[in-house]
Design a protein around this ligand. Structure first.
Ligand code: AMP
Length: 402
């Protein structure tokens, strides 16, 4: 019997990321290869690595050959079919940024679902169109392939209403101006890892700090999201590589009314020119800033730590205390220095650092006897999507109804 695979796709504005998972006899998923087509429309390049990081292929293409997501899907599809011709593709799982109010779980895609997801484009106009373009391209080329949408927002639909509201006139909430929260697939994955790695806090109040190029924090109670720092868009909360984090809306009024910035100008400023890059004037990359002697690089790092700590305090207040703090994503998983600075500033919450464990990057980095424990748990959004996809396909065969 040919082995079975699940393909995971994350389509962005200029790149298409994909991961291939093999399903074994016990329905366990194993990463086989992970690839990316980047430079779509500019300098297209396909590069694929195997599960241990070995290079499988690196190839460049003429701009005209890969000028859209549709082209990228066609290229990746042809390459994957050739490479995995002995395997049978069970389904494709997509990362879809916005599931709106109604999609609180992953969903098998049909024309009705696709139409509902199109309706959500105005809520996430920078990402949703690319996610959906990949789904459309597969439907056109391979209509028989089952596709599943997994949402960045879905995990946060357990928020109490108060955490989803803005103090705007009520009709704005009703028409969708709400705090949706993002990075949900990462938080959900961490919530599934807690019983294995940190069972003593899995059913307690936990704050997860997803600190990467995009950064946010989530308050978990017994593995469910109660609140998070991102809101209507992925701009709110802590500062990020190039995004502002929380910003007084009065600043926007000033920029529009006094400085004449347009919507497009603001989008560019808030998403691409701010955060660590804007503050430092040097880089959006935390590694570069940590190594730079420039005072503004150090200021950007200090700002990042300060607002991360501030949000931990806010989420601890929402939870009514905290039993554990988890670091994840690029900075959270790899920077002992940032973890140490954050934890030292959180000593008042009852957490004390084990400096040696932190330097080693152990799973547990709090000292023995620390009232609040601290952890490093690598995230895996692709695996979360693959698991959801497989579960939906299997349950569908046994009559699962979402
Ligand atoms: P992500 O978006 O999760 O891939 O995270 C990317 C961010 O993690 C970038 O700002 C990187 O500079 C940062 N990062 C990765 N490794 C390290 C490290 N060893 N120390 C500090 N930051 C790191």
């Amino acid at each position: 019997m040919s082995s079975r695979i699940v393909l995971v796709i994350n389509a962005g504005s200029s790149s298409l990321k994909f991961s291939v998972f093999r399903v074994d006899g016990t329905e366990t998923l194993q990463l086989v290869e992970r690839g990316q087509i980047d430079g779509i429309g500019t300098r297209p390049r396909l590069h694929v690595k195997n599960a241990t990081g070995g290079v499988v292929v690196e190839r460049t293409f003429a701009t005209a050959e890969v000028s859209s997501i549709k082209d990228a899907i066609r290229l990746a599809g042809a390459w994957l079919r050739e490479r995995f011709q002995q395997e049978s593709l069970l389904a494709v799982g997509h990362r879809v940024v916005h599931g709106g109010v109604h999609f609180s779980h992953p969903v098998l895609i049909d024309p009705e679902v696709l139409a509902a997801l199109e309706q959500l484009i105005p809520l996430a106009s920078l990402h949703q169109p690319h996610n959906l373009a990949a789904i459309h391209a597969i439907r056109e080329g391979q209509p028989q392939v089952l596709q599943v949408a997994c949402f960045d927002t879905a995990f946060h639909r357990t928020h109490p209403q108060i955490a989803d509201l803005y103090a705007l006139p009520w009709e704005y909430y009703q028409s969708g101006v709400r705090r949706y929260g993002f990075h949900g697939l990462s938080y959900e994955y961490i919530a599934t890892r807690l019983p294995q790695i940190a069972p003593e806090i899995a059913d307690k109040r936990v704050i997860v700090a997803h600190l990467g190029s995009g950064a946010s924090l989530c308050a978990l109670q017994a593995g469910k999201s109660l609140d998070s720092t991102m809101g209507f868009s992925p701009l709110d909360g802590v500062p990020m590589g190039t995004r502002t984090g929380a910003l007084d809306p009065g600043v926007l009024l000033h920029l529009i009314n006094q400085r004449g910035l347009s919507g497009t100008d603001l989008e560019k400023l808030l998403y691409h020119e701010s955060g660590l890059l804007g503050l430092s004037g040097i880089s959006n990359d935390m590694c570069v800033l940590l190594e730079s002697p420039e005072p503004r690089a150090q200021l950007a790092v200090e700002y990042f730590v300060h607002y991360t700590v501030k949000q931990i305090g806010a989420l601890a207040a929402v939870l009514g205390g905290m039993g554990g703090l988890v670091f994840t994503a690029g900075i959270g998983e790899n920077s002992p220095l940032i973890r140490a600075r954050v934890l030292q500033a959180c000593a008042w919450l009852g957490v004390s650092l084990d400096a040696a464990a932190n330097a080693r990057g152990d799973p547990r980095i709090s000292a023995a006897g620390s009232a609040v424990s601290a952890w490093v748990i690598p995230t895996n959004e692709e695996l979360m999507i693959a698991r959801h996809t497989l579960a939906l396909i299997n349950n569908r065969e046994t009559g699962y109804v979402d």
